[in-house]
Design a protein around this ligand. Structure first.
Ligand code: SAM
Length: 231
């Protein structure tokens, strides 16, 4: 993806133990940087083997701060820091009904599933059929058989299971697709990279009784949203 330098593919040589040590070090780094605060998110990042959500030839780079290519058109697994970057401002927590637009590798879905727990719900939508099949296989292999996976245009949300307490869009949009704000529960929060004059800013939207409030988080760089509300 433009703006990021993808490391070269290579036959994996790192052992499970090495990758586990890299995972623990990454979680400590995210916590000491102040990005990671929630104990539930911390436990999820420690538990899930991110390397199992990455194509084999990129597996050894699982804990590098770089998006890695996935099967499909322009699909990537986001950098490790992206998950606290999105889920901390959302305040993702136990019991939430969560919608993810842009399933990608399935890793963010697994993290969300751990955070919302048994009382919560995770629905994840992916537009690209190849990427969808890759994520579905990863999640099944990792034992996440209780998440709802949908191969469709996530800009339209997923009306049958609305309303959602939290929505995360992991692809850059011109503006928030209206069906997503409609499917957000009262008091709910949505996070998304929004395009502005060639740059992208991560925006947090909250649905309050007075209307929608928005807060800028930081500049980011994500693949573009496709489909009806595509960038
Ligand atoms: C940065 S990647 C997602 C990373 C993912 N959250 C993960 O943990 O691997 C963005 C994804 O959004 C998908 N996408 C783009 N437009 C979409 C749309 N309208 N609906 C659903 N998915 C879309 C892309 O195909 C890509 O897989």
């Amino acid at each position: 993806m433009a703006g990021w330098i993808t490391p070269p593919p290579n036959e994996p040589i790192k052992t499970r133990e090495e990758l586990e040590r890299e995972r623990a070090a990454k979680v400590e780094e995210l916590a000491s940087s102040g990005l990671l605060k929630s104990e539930r998110i911390r436990q999820a990042l420690l538990k899930i083997a991110r390397e199992d959500f990455i194509p084999r030839l990129y597996r050894d780079h699982a804990y590098l701060e770089v998006p890695l290519p996935l099967p499909g058109q322009q699909a990537t697994i986001s950098c490790p820091h992206s998950y606290p970057l999105f889920y901390e401002p959302l305040g993702l927590d136990a019991g939430h009904r969560f919608l993810e637009v842009g399933l990608g590798s399935g890793y963010g879905t697994a993290v969300a599933r751990e955070v919302v727990g048994d009382e919560g719900l995770v629905v994840a939508v992916e537009i690209d059929p190849l990427t969808f099949e890759f994520a579905k296989a990863n999640l099944e292999r990792a034992g996440y058989d209780d998440v709802v996976l949908v191969n469709a245009d996530g800009g339209l949300g997923h009306p049958p299971l609305q309303p959602y307490d939290r929505i995360s869009i992991t692809a850059a949009c011109r503006s928030i697709p209206p069906p997503l704000t409609e499917q957000l529960a009262p008091g709910g929060k949505l996070i998304a990279p929004i395009l502005d004059d060639g740059r992208q800013f991560l925006i947090l939207v909250e649905k309050t009784v007075q209307g929608m409030t928005t807060k800028d988080i930081c500049e980011v760089l994500y693949v573009s949203l496709r489909g009806k509300y595509g960038a």
